[in-house]
Write a protein of this length. Sequence first.
Length: 118
Amino acid sequence: MSDPFAGWAICELMGRRRIAGYVTADAPLLQATRLQVEMYAGDAATPAATMYTSYPVYCLTPCTEALARKVGADALRYDMPVAQWQLPAIEPPPDDVVDAAVHGPGCQDLDCGGECNG
């Protein structure tokens, strides 16, 4: 094979990760230094993610487009190392909460900070 590989495939990566999609190699497979994997979510026409990988690929299995899309969608859903997380909104304190010092009976010093109590 003297032509660079381009086609649907499943790539197995070190760390027990598996990605799949349309794979393009920069050289014939045994000489390639980088693979571009375009991963599709289901029947989408444009890729949901593009990964560039080289060293950690230990197995590349050419397959049908349908199988690559299925495995790629599962990888996007469950195995992607980066995800967007949203934290719940912080609620403001209720309006009826008053931050006040409790003064002792008969205290006229407003700067005592409640130290006169007791």
